[in-house]
Design a protein around this ligand. Structure first.
Ligand SMILES: NC(=O)c1ccc[n+]([C@@H]2O[C@H](COP(=O)([O-])OP(=O)(O)OC[C@H]3O[C@@H](n4cnc5c(N)ncnc54)[C@H](O)[C@@H]3O)[C@@H](O)[C@H]2O)c1
Ligand SMILES: N[C@@H](CCC(=O)O)C(=O)O
Length: 437
């Protein structure tokens, strides 16, 4: 039987609980989602046939505010996956001190097999099915794997039609023309870069003079919204990106890839190739074609999984050679693998901190939609940097104080804020059990 992703995710919570003073009632409530909705979405296909897709929306916890989290379109979406992603959103928002709880949504399909018109009908159909489960004050979706601003725009429009009023704040990650925030499309990668720079500074302050110089070589798994942007920031900052990949596999060259050229080529052709572009002419450069498994086990300073969950498990953790792993994807490392990596002296910087730039700028987008006042790109990035580096510094200090992994420190930090909110609100246990006298 396959292991539940949510059960594995909850083991991270158990590890942090012993460091925090949080009531047993509050801890118990954080082990299961508040509500899970499963829907069927009938879609008229271009050939006239009707196809029914399965979708989900999960609210994990709303103690700290309306629930928040992306929508994934992927053939492997399951309820267990969406629940785990909603769990991580809860702790991510708490760790970043964003006044939101955690949620997630997903539809099980391969969007690459749908025409643009079919994709629009599916996106609008999904919103029809979950409209009473979301709202600007209750649950606010956003993009995730294989969804994008165009899809968020259709979804916001559909919700506005249903409610008969324009509702930009119901969804974030929209096109800027429809009330999206400047900087949202690059926020996850930009935030990850800010965290990486902050952590490199902490590590170099901690290092004694005898230890090796600062890290320079990087491999990035997944060259999408999150992975390509962090790769570009690192390239611009002088790191050598030796390998990148997408769902079809990877490319490797020890001298380093030209990330701006690869980004341009991908935007033009949708494929990731080792190229160097001079103006509009792109030529292939010498490289090795590698699998995603090989990419993960390259001998690099920094490994960045930026694709899907469970990429590093007990089955391959022993082969990992990187010194540091920055989790840009949600849940790319299993709990068993964490232990193996720690024993090998590899430091893991966790998803709920590293990829929190996306939801942070989503929060900024929601604030801008509600106030009607829009910020410049500089303002957005400055606020993002301030908020995410503050969280990174706090988490680093918790890890040093308690001598825990950075992941456990991130959960301790999140739990302190969640526990305080839950205890302040009361667990409502008597009310829930029907004992209302
Ligand atoms: N988009 C956001 O705002 C955001 C924020 C936080 C975290 N994340 C997380 O980052 C990860 C990537 O999301 P994204 O928004 O960049 O998605 P995306 O759809 O923009 O890109 C996904 C990339 O991963 C690649 N990919 C898919 N399966 C793969 C596999 N098995 N091996 C290697 N590559 C594979 C795809 O080809 C694509 O390049 C996900 O875990 C997501 O939950 C995204
Ligand atoms: N899907 C993203 C973004 C969520 C959001 O912006 O609400 C995440 O996993 O963090």
């Amino acid at each position: 039987m396959t292991k539940s992703l949510l059960t594995d995710a909850s083991r991270r919570l158990d590890r942090a609980l012993k460091y925090v003073t949080i009531s047993e009632d509050a801890a118990e409530r954080l082990k299961a989602p508040k509500a899970s909705l499963k829907v069927s979405i009938p879609v008229r296909m271009d050939d006239g046939s009707l196809k029914v897709f399965e979708g989900y929306r999960v609210h994990f916890d709303d103690t700290r505010g309306p629930t928040k989290g992306g929508i994934r379109f992927h053939p492997q979406v399951t309820l267990d996956e969406v629940q785990s992603l909603a769990f991580w959103m809860t702790f991510k928002c708490a760790a970043l001190n964003i006044p939101f709880g955690g949620a997630k949504g997903g539809v099980t399909l391969n969007p690459k097999e749908l025409s643009k018109a079919e994709l629009e009908r599916l996106s609008r159909g999904y919103i029809d099915a979950i409209a009473n489960f979301i709202g600007p004050d209750t649950d606010i979706p956003a993009p995730d794997v294989y969804t994008n601003p165009m899809i968020m725009g259709w979804m916001m429009d559909q919700y506005s039609i249903i409610r008969q009023q324009r509702s930009p704040a119901v969804i974030t990650g929209k096109p800027v023309a429809l009330g999206g925030s400047l900087g949202r499309s690059t926020a996850t990668g930009t935030g990850a870069f800010y965290v990486l720079e902050a952590m490199m500074e902490h590590l170099s302050n901690k290092r004694s003079g005898k230890q090796p110089s600062s890290p320079k070589t990087v491999a990035v798994q997944g060259f999408g919204n999150a992975g390509a942007v962090v790769a570009r920031h690192l390239f611009d900052a002088g790191y050598t990106i030796v390998a990148v990949s997408d769902s079809r596999g990877g490319i490797y060259t020890p001298n380093g890839l030209d990330i701006p050229s690869i980004q341009k080529f991908k935007a033009d052709t949708r494929s990731v190739k080792a190229v160097y572009c001079d103006g509009s002419v792109c030529n292939l450069v010498e490289h090795e074609v590698i699998t995603n498994d090989t990419l993960l086990s390259l001998d690099v300073d920094i490994l960045i999984p930026a694709a899907l969950e469970n990429q590093i498990t007990a089955a391959n953790a022993d082969a990992i050679q990187a010194r540091y792993i920055f989790e840009v994807a949600n849940g790319p490392i299993s709990t068993d693998a964490d232990d193996i990596l720690e024993a090998k002296g590899i430091t893991v910087f966790p998803d709920i901190l590293v990829n929190a730039g996306g939801v942070t700028v989503s929060y900024f987008e929601w604030v801008q939609n509600r106030s009607g006042l829009y910020w410049t790109l500089d303002e957005v990035n400055q606020r993002l940097k301030k908020q995410i580096v503050a969280a990174a510094d706090t988490i680093w200090h918790i890890a040093q104080t308690h001598k825990t992994s950075v992941r456990t420190a991130a959960y301790i930090h999140a739990l302190n804020s969640l526990g305080a909110a839950m205890d302040a609100r009361g667990t409502r246990a008597d009310y829930v059990s029907g004992n209302r006298e």
